[in-house]
Design a protein around this ligand. Sequence first.
Ligand SMILES: Nc1ncnc2c1ncn2[C@@H]1O[C@H](COP(=O)(O)OP(=O)(O)OP(=O)(O)O)[C@@H](O)[C@H]1O
Length: 385
Amino acid sequence: MKLFGKLFGVESKQEKLGNDAVVDLLLDEVKNVLAALIDPDTGKDYLTSKNVKNLVNSDGAISLDLILGYPAQSQFAAREAQIVAALSQISGVKSVAVKVSSVITAHAVARGIPLQKGVKNIIAVASGKGGVGKSTTSVNLALALAAEGAKVGLLDADIYGPSQPTMMGVADLHPESIDNKYIKPIEKYGVMNMSIGFLIDPEQPMVWRGPMVTQALTQLLNDTLWGELDYLVIDLPPGTGDIQLTLSQKVPVTGAVIVTTPQDIALLDARKGLKMFEKVGVPILGIVENMSMHVCSNCGHIEPIFGEGGGAKMSADYGTELIGKLPLDLSIRLNTDAGKPSVVAEPDGEIAAIYKAIARKVAVKVAAKSQDFSSKFPKIVIQNT
Ligand SMILES: Nc1ncnc2c1ncn2[C@@H]1O[C@H](COP(=O)(O)OP(=O)(O)OP(=O)(O)O)[C@@H](O)[C@H]1O
């Protein structure tokens, strides 16, 4: 039969057909498994989320690219292991090769504001009340996004009390001006930093009026040579004043993160901040509860000094998510005071892991927004005749 087939050119065709059928069945099975495999960061499966590209079966050797829409370098090995373990169970699979990477896209903002040139996504960090740890959260969020592989900028818009240069350990540096118009941000720990703190004398009391604040902020944003950024994190001053309003009206903010402590008064203020963003159409990406419990460094006893469960209740009330809880931890203060925030001071520590998880959650929320395709279309200029 073999010889007969070969002579008449039949066997190779039949074999080919047979092999193709096997290949298809195996690929179908692989796809089924991928459709049931959940990404722990998004809570969605890899197949319908369209994260899987270049899926190939070469005689039982399966290879694929897993492309995540958010930065997650600390999770690449775990994702690879998760997929290899699941696909290796399938009978007929001889080997599995998975290449994991992230691709971050620009996301459209509401209200028809064009995106900032070169900046894909802007994340505002806000709080209703001062002293809840908004700046600490901003710097660690920026550093965590960078640690996860993103290109990140950090803008300290807290014009009344800029603390970022100190927290990032760059307080003694001065940004250079180019052509007396543009300013080069200061790069530290892989993040591009710009702060009003670089441009003012910290000893001078600042009495900024509304329009001056607005101008200073827009200038800082527009005249800084950010380069290409995946995320620009903006640390807002506390409250619901002019800066927040300007931001929401003039700056293409993709979404806002609200920082609060669990106690009632901070939550009350945080609710005001949250409502303000809602009113002006800036989506809330989530709530970070800071100083949510104290772990005694002597005995390990856990005590909720500022109350319990406030952030979770507020998230539920407003249909948003509690995206992370930070303990009241001496190391967080010591590290920021020393100009080396926890994410870079102790990159493999528990605190850094919490900030990285928050960063991935924020990035996942941003990735879930509709993409911005405005640059793909020609600009139409309508003129009055
Ligand atoms: N989880 C934490 N554990 C311990 N200390 C913290 C924590 N979060 C913030 N801190 C400390 O609390 C102080 C206030 O924090 P931070 O400056 O970030 O607050 P803020 O809300 O930005 O304040 P402001 O209103 O001045 O902008 C800082 O000394 C900081 O190091």
